[in-house]
Design a protein around this ligand. Structure first.
Ligand code: NDP
Ligand code: 8X3
Length: 254
């Protein structure tokens, strides 16, 4: 039977690559993000290319009222969500805690933790009503090990790690699988967002080694959601071959 997946943050990077991989697989998709133009273009492109039904929902995961009005009132034919990919997220800034921007902290906490919670609460209830489902949270190597100046971003991803474990326990009796995928360095818009549009500083993050692509992460997520019903791949760390920890990279100087 055709499965339906909801992917948050599908307007770029990992979320967009997952949307393409899932559409190619024939899944029906609910895709979300704040940038409406990109979202609608992606929906049209994937629909034209793969002929699968796509519902674009334009909202900010930080705004509870927007999350509720979009997800609690889904059209009847979209209420059976089989897979939720909690992907929307960001890092903002990279500085010692004493120099940190309160606004950056709030953006990260509100998006990466509270947004994931708002979406998961509603969708897990829909899944329960439909007899089960599969939630995949996008954590990070930053949620396994903190690194200098990463303080609040790392804390939000440690929270995702804890929530993934807690959700797996809470949903164990509800036939909802919970998985977490924790990437290392993936070249997306992530660093451009972190450094507030400074493309040179963002590019330097990936200097001298081959980072992961968003497609590499999408491949892993597709594998996880296609595992047999009795199998849950609960926690995956995926790193570039040149990365050995949150801070150790084998960079070749050119
Ligand atoms: P991108 O910046 O390319 O994509 C982030 C996505 O999140 C965009 O689609 C963006 O959409 C969406 N998003 C951000 N804030 C909000 C919000 N408030 N409401 C709704 N959507 C939002 O980065 P990545 O693809 O790399 O990041 C995806 C996830 O992967 C994040 O959770 C990130 O922490 C995680 N990750 C990334 C790694 C990397 O190295 N790139 C490594 C490990 C984890 P829009 O702006 O349109 O709202
Ligand atoms: C993104 C990876 O190491 O830049 O979560 O924090 S890192």
């Amino acid at each position: 039977m055709t499965r339906t997946a909801l992917i948050t943050g599908a307007t770029s990077g990992i979320g967009e690559a997952v949307a393409e991989a899932f559409a190619k697989e024939g899944f029906r998709l609910i895709i979300t993000g704040r940038r409406a133009e990109r979202l609608n273009l992606l929906a049209k492109t994937l629909n034209d290319k793969y002929r699968t039904d796509i519902l674009p929902l334009n909202f900010d995961v930080r705004e509870l009222a927007q999350v509720e009005s979009n997800l609690a009132n889904l059209p009847e034919e979209w209420k059976k969500i089989d897979i939720l990919i909690n992907n929307a997220g960001l890092a903002a800034g990279l500085s010692p805690l004493n120099d940190g921007s309160i606004d950056d902290w709030e953006r990260m906490i509100d998006t990466n933790i509270k947004g994931l919670l708002y979406v998961s609460r509603i969708v897990s209830n829909l899944m329960t009503a439909n007899g089960g489902g599969h939630i995949v949270n996008i954590g990070s190597i930053a949620g396994k090990s903190a690194y200098p100046n990463g303080n609040v971003y790392c804390a939000t991803k440690f929270a995702v790690d804890a929530l993934s474990k807690g959700m797996m326990m809470d949903f164990n009796q509800k036939n909802i699988k919970v998985s977490q995928v924790c990437p290392g360095a993936v070249e997306t818009e992530f660093s451009i967002v972190r450094f507030k549009g400074d493309e040179k500083r963002a590019a330097a993050v990936y200097d001298g080694f081959q980072p992961l692509s968003a497609g590499d992460i999408a491949d892993v997520i597709l594998y996880i959601v296609k595992a047999p019903a009795h199998v849950n791949i609960s926690d995956v760390v995926i790193l570039p071959a040149a990365q050995a920890s949150a801070t150790i990279f084998n960079r070749k100087q050119s």
